[in-house]
Ligand binder design. Structure first.
Ligand code: LR7
Ligand code: MN
Length: 590
């Protein structure tokens, strides 16, 4: 089959068998034809899924051959952005100006080689692994909106240079209707000189948001496995084989690489923002976060993987969202994405719950690492208020997937209750037809951090009687680690986002924030812990509605305000009846 790339000019591209379906879907979603730059030619037979490189190798191969991971090419002659002035003196003003729009150092990116080397920072044992030589072929799918072309192509070059050719089927480059014009034509012409991996370029005329873009882009792919990457990544040596091996063994496995940080300012690749000792999950407000690997999961890995257990795949409740590999057919069977979600956010939670409850599994693969530019803000608008757009998507997740916990979510996020999010019947039907397990199963078996007694006795903001304008507040420490202290802060307006001040006392005596359980240290300091795998001997509390004290049951002591206005640490002290030890909650249930 012929593979053509598309510049901004009109060129016919031959796409796979489901072109018609794709067009239909697109019309339904956008009420118009797909794109003016791409002219679809429906009704063609799908191409054979084995590329000719693979074909040739299969012919002269021992089919059972095991091979080491491909570590890639190094010290290549640098390739630069064709129109770049990378040799001219560095202009600080230019750098600042571009940073303003792109929210990362685009000026520097445009001057750095597109095919730069990166170190293999994986554990040493990763290089000793052996993989089946043929595990199917991969379509690398990049969607983007207002992205700097230099980072898109640095992503592409990194994949080309660090993946064995036999496994690469194509790139799908899907421009989600960018309004900043930077032509990819000359870049693509350069890339063609060093690779024959097809680059399928598709340009949507209107912005669909990342859920619709990823769903639509998948219809242009024909490899066995889809690998989604954000359009500002660089893969590390040996990234591909460990990422796709679990899918080769089980097509319902979905895998995520370990994510390294490409710093937005220096463009340096730094190991370990999301350490390989983490799982992904989300908190009670559905925000994604990293958590330590539960002890039970470590035991499973030790039992199943022997001496190399430390580099074995980790079962993770959720994915961050942008970087993952999935069998292409499985992606479609599983219902792609909820295409009624908008712009950004929530799709990661949705697909994660769907994977687990509908019979699949989600794995983090420690030997596969990919760098990602954590930008310094967003280079695009959220088609409305950022918070409200994300809330819309989250509520759709709650309505479709969370059963009775939908109500619990509204308790914590009252603003979501009245929000109109349109019909979710299509997604509910999907859930039914896939015979997915209940949300409770997910909570009890997959997400240790969400296991929680849902009967709340007292919750909302916890206000001091001693200083009535001050509330208990996690001071943003919640996401910083384990055992961190919690303090007080001026109370936020109750009808706003009070996330940092939301606390609960359950009927069983658990005192917690949105994401952490509260206990006391040996020095009687109130501290935040992950709600699993921690010493639970000192975590039971009792709120006395009559004298308004919060009593730490084992010691019999009371939570005390302390002596400053705004405290960053709180103690439990012998109860003394003073106003410093009196508190009120927004809501109390008998
Ligand atoms: O309207 C849009 N159309 C798009 O095509 C908005 C975005 N996009 C593209 C965009 O160009 C990018 O390639 O979608 C991709 C993701 O957008 P980012 O890079 O602005 O998102 P992010 O990296 O800040 O956000 C993370 O969470 C999102 C939740 O919806 C997505 O799942 C992102 O893919 C996800 N990124 C990662 O998981 C990378 C690692 C994060 C960590 C740790
Ligand atoms: Mn990103």
């Amino acid at each position: 089959w012929i593979c053509l790339s598309v510049f901004k000019v009109h060129i016919d591209i031959e796409i796979m068998g489901d072109a018609k379906e794709h067009e239909e879907l697109h019309k339904k979603e956008h009420g118009q034809a797909d794109s003016d730059a791409v002219h679809l030619k429906p009704g063609l037979e799908p191409p054979p899924r084995v590329n000719r490189h693979q074909q040739k190798e299969i012919e002269d191969d021992n089919p059972n051959e095991l091979v080491p991971p491909y570590l890639g090419k190094k010290n290549l002659k640098p390739i630069y952005v064709p129109w770049s002035d990378y040799k001219s003196p560095y202009l600080k003003e230019k750098e600042d100006e571009l940073h303003e729009s792109y929210r990362f150092n685009k000026y520097l990116s445009d001057r750095l080689p597109l095919n730069r080397d990166v170190e293999d920072t994986r554990p040493g044992a990763c290089q000793l692994q052996r993989f089946p030589k043929h595990m199917g072929t991969v379509s690398v799918v990049l969607i983007y909106y207002n992205e700097a072309v230099s980072v898109v192509f640095r992503t592409i070059y990194s994949v080309i240079n660090r993946s064995p050719r036999r496994l690469l089927h194509e790139f799908v480059l899907y421009d989600d209707g960018s309004v900043w014009e930077e032509s990819i034509g000359p870049m693509e012409a350069e890339a063609k000189k060093v690779t024959d991996v097809p680059i399928r370029y598709v340009r949507n005329t209107t912005r669909g948001g990342l859920m619709r873009a990823r769903t639509s882009a998948a219809n242009f792919a024909s490899g066995d496995i889809l690998i989604y990457l954000d359009s500002h990544c660089e893969v590390l040596p040996g990234w591909l084989e460990p990422l796709i091996e679990p899918i080769f063994r089980d097509p319902t496995a979905v895998t995520c690489p370990v994510i390294d940080t490409i710093e937005w300012s220096s463009m340096d690749l730094v190991s370990g923002r999301a350490p390989m000792s983490a799982i992904g999950s989300y908190n009670l407000l559905l925000n994604y976060n990293w958590y330590p690997i539960p002890e039970a999961e470590q035991q499973r890995r030790r039992a199943e993987h022997g001496k190399n257990w430390a580099i074995s795949p980790i079962r993770s409740p959720a994915m961050a969202g942008g970087l993952f590999a999935i069998n292409r057919k499985y992606f479609h069977d599983l219902g792609a994405y909820d295409t009624k979600m908008n712009v950004w956010g929530g799709e990661n939670t949705e697909i994660s719950i769907r994977i687990w409850t509908c019979g699949g599994s989600l794995l983090f693969t420690p030997c596969s690492k990919v760098g990602h530019i954590f930008r310094h803000g967003y280079p695009y608008d959220f088609q409305g208020d950022h918070f409200q757009t994300v809330l819309f998507n989250y509520k759709r997740v709650a309505k479709v997937w969370m059963d009775a916990d939908e109500e619990f979510y509204y308790k914590l996020r009252p603003m979501a209750r009245e929000k109109d999010v349109g019909s979710v019947s299509e997604r509910l039907n999907l859930r039914k037809s896939l015979q997915c397990k209940p949300y409770d199963w997910f909570v009890n078996n997959i997400t240790p951090n969400l296991v929680l007694e849902k009967d709340l006795a007292h919750y909302g903001q916890m206000r001091s009687v001693y200083k009535t304008n001050f509330c208990i507040d996690n001071l943003g420490n919640e996401y910083k680690g384990h055992g961190l202290s919690i303090g007080t802060y001026p109370c936020h307006p109750a009808d706003g986002a009070i996330d940092n001040q939301f606390v609960m006392v359950t009927k069983g005596g658990i005192f917690r924030t949105i994401d952490r359980c509260l206990s006391i240290t040996s020095r009687n300091v109130l501290a935040m812990n992950h709600c699993f795998d921690f010493d639970k001997t000192s975590y039971t509390w009792y709120y006395n509605v009559n004298d308004k004290t919060l009593v730490h049951v084992r010691s019999g002591n009371c939570l005390d305000y302390g002596d400053k206005d705004m405290v960053t640490q709180m103690l439990v002290l012998p109860c003394n009846g003073s106003a410093k030890q009196k508190w009120t909650f927004t809501y109390n249930h008998a």
